[in-house]
Structures are given as structure tokens and as C-alpha cells.
Design a protein around this ligand. Structure first.
Ligand code: ADP
Ligand code: TRP
Length: 330
């Protein structure tokens, strides 16, 4: 096992979909087999978006169940809920004092909100709350509390991890060496998984296939994938086909090559291609889906795992926080 500390957070803002699985969850589960891993459900980060506690709770359980069902290695990985760790609220407050406001102004997500407002002729900060504005500080607190070496994230989160590193440097410079400097790890490019309409699969586009949709819903969604209007006998372009792009994420190289040939040669209608895709995805996921459903049917096992995780993570967090408190306040 590696000695590096790996940490990542997953925001409970929606039911995870196949894009999340391929781009983030599958690599994370693989990583947990090799490293000491902290994985938490970033419910505090969801608060600037979701105002219904029952929704946050539902998605929190879903993500926990999903990670356990996918085989997160609980011998190496500490799985917990962000909000269970009091030191993360405390550390965020303290980090505010070493974080330049200008750094927050440069955050991609804040800038995107401002640009959208300006384009719509509104006040530049319309709809922006301080949760969104200080999001990177809370994220820095998450990362720095656990002496993290590496943070596997999607490319969209790279800047936040770099900010955590900057904030750690400002702190260490002012108060002496307390924090380790974390590095973002952007996984090998799994490519962008397309959604039902061919655009990037994303909950914002409402074009997702939920990872653990019941079998009948999975089938229905797959049958709804938009295709061009080529007839069964015509040759088809696999590289521009959502069906093919999804298939190759679940199939072996040999199977992928065979499927490619069926596209290129013609003779296979899209209906058949979709059935082949459904059988493949369903075959790969059905065992984990049963486990996912079992875990969600009675959440006491998840509660136990999250509580155990919070105790373990809390011990590390308390230790770091004590050092920070001592360095800053005495
Ligand atoms: P959404 O776009 O649905 O809001 P998130 O931004 O919450 O998804 O995604 C969390 C992580 O899941 C991303 O950082 C990325 O690694 C992965 N991911 C999401 N959508 C895709 C996709 N379509 N293809 C590949 N990876 C994806
Ligand atoms: N901001 C991340 C996202 O939207 C979630 C997150 C919160 C996170 N805290 C983190 C990721 C710490 C890595 C490390 O996906």
C-alpha cells in the first residue's frame, strides 16, 4: 500500500449518473484499494444550492450506498459525511483570515456566475451567496484537515485544489509550517461521457442515465438515446454515436472492436445496438445495483459506516485543528 494520503469529496446534489461513474467513482474505488483514502460526502458544499434538507439527506445516502456497493475498500478508505466533522466549520473560519479576497474573485465558478449575470443585464452578484463565494475556503479546510497529499478530482475542480495549496502556503508563511501542500490529481482522461441527447451527460442538461436506475428505467432511458436517422443496413459512425461511446466504457477491448465493426459494416439497426448496450451495462451493474438497493432499504448499515468514518476522520481533524489553533491564537 502507498503511504500517500488521498482525499476527495462528492457533493450530494443529484443522483449519480453514468458520467459520474466513469469519470469519478470508478477511478476512486480503484484508488481506495491502493491508498489510505478519505472519502466524504460534501453536504456542506451542497447548501448553497439545495435548500431542502430531505434532498441532501437522500443524496447523501445514495452516494454512500453507491460507493459501498461499487466496492470502496473500507479497510483503507474512511467514508464520512463532511458535516459530521466540526473542525471543518472551525477551520474555514480561521482560514478566512489568510485568504485574499482577490483569490475568491478569480474562482471559475464565481466568475461564471458573475458573467452570466452581466450577460443577463443583472447586478453582477445577483443570486450569489457567500456559500458560493467562499466555497474554495471550505474546500481548502476539507483538504488541509487530513494532511492530504493528493486530491483526485475532475478537471473542473483543479483550480479549487490549487487554491487550497495557495491558502496552505499563505498560512505556513505567516504562522509556520502546519499544513502539507496538496496536489490535484486529474485522472487519465476517460473522455466525456455523452448523455441521452449527445451533449455531455450532466444533471444540468437533464440528459442523464442514473447509474443504478432500476432495470426497466435503464432500458427505457437507453432506448431514448438520440441517434441519427440511418437505416439498419447503412454503415454508421461509431465515434459519433452515444451508444458506442457508452458501450466501450463497459466492454472489453475485444467486444468494443466487434461492436465497432457492426457499426462500420452496416446491417445493425440502432434498436439492436441499444439492446446490446442495455445488456452490457445491465450485466456489469446488476450485482452492485442489488447491493445498492439492499443498503438503501434499511439505512442503518450506512449510518454505522458513516459514524465509524466520522470518528476516524474526526480524530485526524482534531489533531490538525489543535495545531492551527495553537499557531494562530495560542
Ligand atoms: P454534473 O455535470 O452532472 O453536475 P458533476 O459536475 O457533479 O456532474 O460531476 C462530478 C464528477 O463526475 C466530475 O468532476 C467528473 O469527474 C465526473 N463527470 C461528470 N459528468 C461526466 C461526464 N459526462 N463524463 C465524464 N465524467 C463526468
Ligand atoms: N467541490 C467538489 C465538487 O463540486 C466537492 C468537494 C468538496 C471536494 N470538498 C472537496 C472535492 C475536497 C475534493 C476535495 O465536486
Amino acid at each position: 500500500m502507498n503511504t500517500k494520503v488521498v482525499l476527495t469529496g462528492i457533493k450530494p446534489t443529484g443522483t449519480p449518473h453514468l458520467g459520474n461513474y466513469v469519470g469519478a467513482l470508478k477511478p476512486l474505488v480503484a484508488m481506495s484499494k491502493e491508498n489510505k483514502t478519505f472519502v466524504f460526502i460534501a453536504d456542506l458544499h451542497a447548501l448553497n444550492l439545495i435548500k431542502k434538507p430531505e434532498e441532501i439527506k437522500k443524496h447523501t445516502y445514495e452516494i454512500a450506498a453507491l460507493l459501498i456497493a461499487l466496492g470502496l475498500d473500507l479497510n483503507n478508505a474512511i467514508l464520512f459525511r463532511q458535516s459530521d466533522i466540526v473542525q471543518v466549520y472551525q477551520l474555514s473560519t480561521l482560514l478566512m483570515n489568510v485568504t485574499p479576497k482577490g483569490l475568491m474573485n478569480r474562482a471559475h465558478s464565481y466568475k461564471a456566475a458573475v458573467e452570466k449575470n452581466i450577460a443577463a443585464g443583472q447586478d453582477e452578484d445577483a443570486g450569489v451567496n457567500m456559500g458560493l463565494y467562499t466555497y474554495p475556503i471550505l474546500m481548502a479546510a476539507d483538504i488541509l484537515l487530513y494532511n492530504t497529499d493528493e486530491v483526485p478530482v475532475g478537471a473542473d475542480q483543479k483550480q479549487h485544489v490549487e487554491f487550497a495549496r495557495d491558502i496552505a502556503e499563505y498560512f505556513n508563511h505567516t504562522y509556520g509550517q502546519v499544513f502539507k501542500l496538496p496536489e490535484p490529481i486529474i485522472g487519465e482522461d476517460t473522455g466525456i461521457i455523452p448523455g441521452l441527447d449527445g451533449r455531455k451527460m450532466s444533471k444540468s442538461y437533464d440528459n442523464v442515465i442514473p447509474l443504478f436506475a432500476p432495470e426497466s428505467e435503464l432500458k427505457k432511458k437507453i432506448m431514448r438515446i438520440i441517434t441519427d436517422s440511418k437505416l439498419p443496413e447503412e454503415p454508421k459512425d461509431p465515434d459519433n454515436s452515444t451508444i458506442f461511446q457508452l458501450y466501450k466504457q463497459f466492454a472489453t477491448e475485444k467486444e468494443t472492436e466487434e461492436f465497432r465493426q457492426m457499426f462500420v459494416n452496416g446491417g445493425m439497426g440502432y434498436g439492436t445496438a441499444k439492446t446490446i448496450l442495455f445488456d452490457k451495462i445491465n450485466g456489469c451493474l446488476c450485482k452492485a445495483r442489488a447491493e445498492y438497493e439492499r443498503l438503501l432499504s434499511d439505512t442503518s448499515e450506512i449510518d454505522f459506516i458513516l459514524k465509524d468514518g466520522a470518528q476516524k476522520a474526526g480524530a485526524v481533524a482534531a489533531n490538525t485543528f489543535e495545531k492551527v489553533h495553537k499557531a494562530m491564537i495560542g
